[in-house]
Design a protein around this ligand. Structure first.
Ligand code: FES
Length: 574
C-alpha cells in the first residue's frame, strides 16, 4: 500500500482490521461491492439533492450515474448519498428558511462518512449555496455539477421564460389583457423538460458564479439539463474529483478572495440575481474569506451586463449555451477577472475561457454594445438602510433609479395581499411601496416577495413599474425597480420599522443612497418608541433559526455556523 493511500481519510473507516473496520465494510458489502473496492482507493461521496418535490433537481440521480462512471474509470469508489432538498416553488413559507438547515445536513453528512472527496449535485436556487456552505465548513476536495436549465419554454409560437413570464402573465391577467384559460395553458409550455428555471434566475446565476469561481468544470452553468454533454460533464467531473483527492486539492484552496471577486464580476456580466449577494456572503463566512456587502459595489458596480437573457434581456439559458456559455462570457470580460484565480483543475481560471468563441453577438453582447453599462448589483446605504440594501439596476426602470416619492406602507405581507387590488388604494405611479416584516426573522426566512405586485388601479392604467422597498428578497427571475434586503430588517429594529404612509423617501440608486426624509428629531423619537414584535416560535428549527439568524448584510447564516470545523472525527461508532 502506497504512502499516499495510507493518508486517505476513508482508511479510518474502511482500512481497519478491527471490529469497526469489519462493521464499516461488511454492511457496505450488502450492496454487492467486492473486497477489492476497499483497497485504499479514493472514496467519492456524491451529495445529491435529488427529490421529486424539487422538480428542478428531479433528474440528478441520472447525472449521479454519469459521475459514478467517471469515478470508477479513474480508480475511485463512488457512493451516492441524499441530503435534504429545497424546491423553490414547492416549499412554504420559503425555501430560504431551510438553506441553513440543508447546509448543516450537508456538513454533518460529509464529515460523518468515510469519504475523501465530494461531488455536489444541486441546482434549484438554495441547493447550490446550501451545499457549498456545508462543504466549505468541512473542506474536502469538492466539485459542483449543476442541474442545468430546462429547455426554452414554448407557448403560442413564442419563447417564454420561467418565472419572468409568470410575473408578466399574472399582471396581464390583472389588467384584463390575458384570459384565465390562456394563463392556465401557458403552464405546460413553460416547464417542458427536467432542469432549473431557464431564465437568469438564482439557479443559473449560482451555476454561473460557480463556474466563474472555478468550482465546476467549464460549460457547467448553461448546458441544458437534458443535453447529453451534461452527462459527459458529470462523467468528466467524476474522473477529476479522484485526481483532486490524490492532489489534496481542497475546497479552501479554491475559495479565495479572488475567486469570490470573479464570481461577483460574473454575476454582473450575466445580469444575475440579487440572491447571489446573501449566498456569496454566507459561503465566504464559512470559508473564512473577508467578503462584505461593499465588495459587490466595489468589484461589480461598473461591470457591464452583456448576457441578454431574461429577466434583464430577452433570451433564455438554452440560447446562452448555444452562444458559447460561460466560457465565452468570461472571454469577453477577461480584463475584469483575476486570470490567475485557482480552479478545480489546479490550473488558473484563464484556461476556462481560452479559445472560447461567441456564436451569437445578440445573446452575448460585445463590450461596445452591452445590454446595460455599469450593471452590477448596487449597494444602497442611508438612514433607511444603515447596514445596506441592494438593487439590481439591469432589471430596473432607468427613470426610477433616481426617485423621490411618498411611501405607502404595508406592515405585513397579509396586509399587502388584502389591499393591493383595492380600487380605492390611494397611490399613484410616484408612490413608493414599502413592505415590512419579510426579512430573515420577519417572514421568517426572507421570502421572495420584494417585487410587490403593482396596485391593480395602476396596472389598469398601464403602469408596469414602481419603486418598491422591503427587507425581503426577490426571485432572480423577477424585474422592476425593487430595493431589497434592507438591513437591519424591520423585525430586528431597523429603521424600515418606523416608516409611515405619507413619509417621503428618496432613492438614488447609482449614488448608492436610500433615505427617509423626516427630521432627525422625528426619526429619533420613532426609533425610541419601537417595540420588538413578540417571538412566535417556541420550538424546533423555527426557534433555532429565529434566535440565531444573521441579517442579510452578513449572509443570513445562523451565527453559530459561520466558519469551519474541518473533516476530522475522533471517535468510532461502536
Ligand atoms: Fe428551481 Fe427556479 S424554481 S430553479
Amino acid at each position: 500500500m502506497s504512502e499516499k493511500k495510507k493518508e486517505l481519510r476513508s482508511r479510518h473507516w474502511y482500512g481497519g482490521t478491527h471490529k469497526d473496520g469489519f462493521i464499516h465494510r461488511s454492511w457496505m458489502k450488502n450492496q454487492g461491492f467486492p473486497d477489492h473496492v476497499f483497497d485504499g482507493r479514493p472514496i467519492i461521496g456524491i451529495c445529491n439533492t435529488w427529490s421529486e418535490l424539487t422538480p428542478c433537481n428531479s433528474h440528478l440521480r441520472i447525472l449521479a450515474e454519469g459521475v459514478k462512471r467517471g469515478v470508477w474509470e479513474a480508480g475511485g469508489f463512488p457512493v451516492e448519498f441524499p441530503v435534504s432538498s429545497l424546491g423553490e416553488t414547492q416549499m412554504r413559507p420559503t425555501a430560504m428558511l431551510f438553506r441553513n438547515l440543508l447546509a448543516m445536513d450537508v456538513e454533518e453528512a460529509i464529515r460523518a462518512h468515510g469519504i475523501d472527496g465530494v461531488v455536489l449535485l444541486g441546482g434549484c436556487d438554495k441547493t447550490t449555496p446550501g451545499q457549498l456552505m456545508g462543504a466549505a465548513s468541512v473542506d474536502l476536495p469538492t466539485i459542483v455539477v449543476s442541474s442545468g436549465p430546462m429547455l426554452n419554454g414554448k407557448w403560442k409560437g413564442k419563447d417564454i421564460g420561467s418565472g419572468t413570464d409568470v410575473w408578466k402573465f399574472s399582471e396581464a391577467v390583472r389588467a384584463g389583457e390575458m384570459s384565465m384559460q390562456e394563463f392556465m395553458a401557458a403552464e405546460s409550455g413553460m416547464s417542458r423538460s427536467p432542469g432549473v428555471c431557464m431564465t437568469m434566475g438564482t439557479a443559473t446565476t449560482m451555476a454561473s458564479i460557480v463556474e466563474a469561481m472555478g468550482l465546476s468544470l467549464p460549460t457547467n452553468a448553461a448546458l441544458p439539463a437534458v443535453d447529453a454533454r451534461r452527462m459527459a460533464l458529470a462523467h468528466m467531473t467524476g474522473k477529476r474529483i479522484v485526481e483532486m483527492v490524490h492532489e489534496d486539492l481542497r475546497l479552501s484552496k479554491i475559495l479565495t478572495k479572488k475567486n469570490f471577486e470573479n464570481g461577483i464580476v460574473a454575476n454582473a456580466a450575466v445580469g444575475g440575481s440579487t440572491n447571489a449577494v446573501v449566498h456569496l456572503l454566507a459561503i465566504a463566512g464559512r470559508a473564512g474569506v473577508d467578503l462584505c456587502l461593499d465588495d459587490f459595489d466595489r468589484v461589480g458596480g461598473q461591470v457591464p451586463c452583456i448576457v441578454n437573457c431574461m429577466p434583464s434581456g430577452k433570451y433564455l439559458i438554452e440560447d446562452l449555451a448555444y452562444a458559447g456559455g460561460l466560457p465565452a462570457v468570461m472571454n469577453r470580460i477577461q480584463h475584469l477577472l483575476h486570470a490567475d484565480a485557482p480552479t478545480v483543475f489546479g490550473l488558473p481560471i484563464s484556461k476556462y475561457w481560452a479559445g472560447a468563441d461567441v456564436y451569437n453577438d445578440d445573446v452575448i453582447r460585445p463590450l461596445d454594445n452591452p445590454l446595460r453599462a455599469a450593471a452590477g448589483i448596487r449597494v444602497l446605504k442611508g438612514n433607511l438602510a444603515p447596514n445596506g440594501a441592494v438593487i439590481k439596476p439591469s432589471a430596473a426602470s432607468e427613470h426610477l433609479l433616481s426617485h423621490e416619492g411618498p411611501a405607502f406602507v404595508f406592515e405585513t405581507i397579509e396586509e399587502l395581499k388584502a389591499k393591493i387590488d383595492d380600487p380605492d388604494l390611494p397611490v399613484t405611479e410616484d408612490t413608493i411601496l414599502v413592505l415590512k416584516g419579510c426579512g430573515p426573522k420577519g417572514y421568517p426566512g426572507m421570502a421572495e416577495v420584494g417585487n410587490m405586485p403593482i396596485p391593480r388601479r395602476l396596472v389598469e392604467k398601464g403602469v408596469r413599474d414602481m419603486v418598491r422597498i422591503s427587507d425581503a428578497r426577490m426571485s432572480g427571475t423577477a424585474f422592476g425597480t425593487v430595493v431589497l434586503h434592507v438591513s437591519p430588517e424591520a423585525n430586528a429594529g431597523g429603521p424600515l420599522a418606523i416608516v409611515r404612509t405619507g413619509d417621503r423617501i428618496r432613492l438614488d440608486a447609482m449614488n448608492g443612497e436610500l433615505n427617509l426624509l423626516v427630521s432627525e428629531e422625528e426619526f429619533a423619537s420613532r426609533m425610541a418608541a419601537w417595540q420588538p414584535p413578540e417571538q412566535k416560535w417556541q420550538r424546533g428549527y423555527y426557534k433555532l433559526y429565529y434566535d440565531t439568524v444573521l441579517q442579510a448584510d452578513k449572509g443570513a447564516d445562523l451565527d453559530f455556523l459561520v466558519g469551519k470545523s474541518g473533516s476530522e472525527v475522533q471517535r468510532e461508532s461502536h
